[in-house]
Design a protein around this ligand. Sequence first.
Ligand code: UD1
Ligand code: UDP
Length: 347
Amino acid sequence: MKKLVVLVGARPQFIKHAPLDKVLKKNFDVVLVHSGQHYDFNMSKIFFNSFGLSEPDHNLNVGSGTHSNQTNKMMVEFEKILLEEKPSGVIVYGDTNTTLAGAIATTKLNIPLVHIEAGLRSHNMNMPEEINRMVTDRISDILFCPSKIAVENLKNEGIKSFFSGDVMYDAFLLFKKGVEKRVDKRFKKIIQDKEFALLTIHRESNTKKNVLKRILKNVSNLNMRVIFPVHPRTKKILKTFKINRNIEPIDPVGYFETIYLLKKCSIVLTDSGGLQKEAYFARKFCVTLRSETEWVETVRNGYNILLPYGEKLDENIFKRFKPQKYKYFYGNGKASQYINFKLKELL
Ligand code: UD1
Ligand code: UDP
């Protein structure tokens, strides 16, 4: 069997890899590498446990740092693994520093590079993720896009790609049935049956103290209970000021708990890429706390609206939910099978 190195490192990447893990193992000798970008239990191990993923074969343990510091450490350590493992190909997911570091180290060794979740664009070069994804797409050999718009974006840049559908949709379909059983009673008791909004914030631009403070003040105007699983980046800032009592911060939760909250909530408020889509999968109204999105289909279809910083949020926001006929923009839940099939053919 040909050897395939798969690099993960941040929360959404564990989720993206989950549906592919078993599928790829049928045809490839899979070596799983964890960069160590996310390391708290609730940001990493919880996902390996809940998806039944085996321990990574290598952990680069790079931890946190400035962009260049973190990316540099990952490249140096990942290169060592590639020289040792000599794979026939490397898979990277999404747009994090782990993605960028993995992509550069791989391509410099002339190893075929596979980018899953290619072609997304926010057209905002101030976002670290936009730089990561543009560079990764440019140097990848095989690119799999989650949406037709992503394929078009790449075509406009002269890059050929495949429309695979979204592996996060695969994950959603694969795991959603188990949610009620997998979420424990204590968690359900805390959540109760009262109406609530689900809030997540972690973007670099939204976690500057004054920006975060203003967003949370705005969110409290919704006059509704708000459940807020707090990303560690956000937690550091949140500690420095008081928030309104209708906002209930909790530790980051696992995937099953997130989908449970998503199913029960009345509205999603988020700057997360993954959660915007999951809201769409669950057919919920999503307010994206940003001025642009990579998941433009969800906005065009009336399920998602953009709320740029400074724009008012209150009960009237619900009037802006104008869902149109539901469309399956992100494939048929078999993106993982398609990717596996194509890799078998191409590598
Ligand atoms: C990263 C990605 C972002 C993705 C997000 C998913 C980049 C540039 N950004 O952002 O695209 O949406 O992951 O969640 O790669 N920290 C902890 N414990 C952890 C992890 C982080 O305390 O387990 C804290 C550290 O103080 C760290 C900060 O969070 O400095 C930010 O972490 P980092 O991985 O650099 O960026 P994210 O905001 O998580
Ligand atoms: N998520 C989670 N626990 C949380 C918050 C989010 O499991 O407390 C999941 C969420 O369901 C989605 C993914 O994490 O699948 C999104 O990751 P994140 O928002 O950190 O990053 P992004 O998608 O913006 O890159």
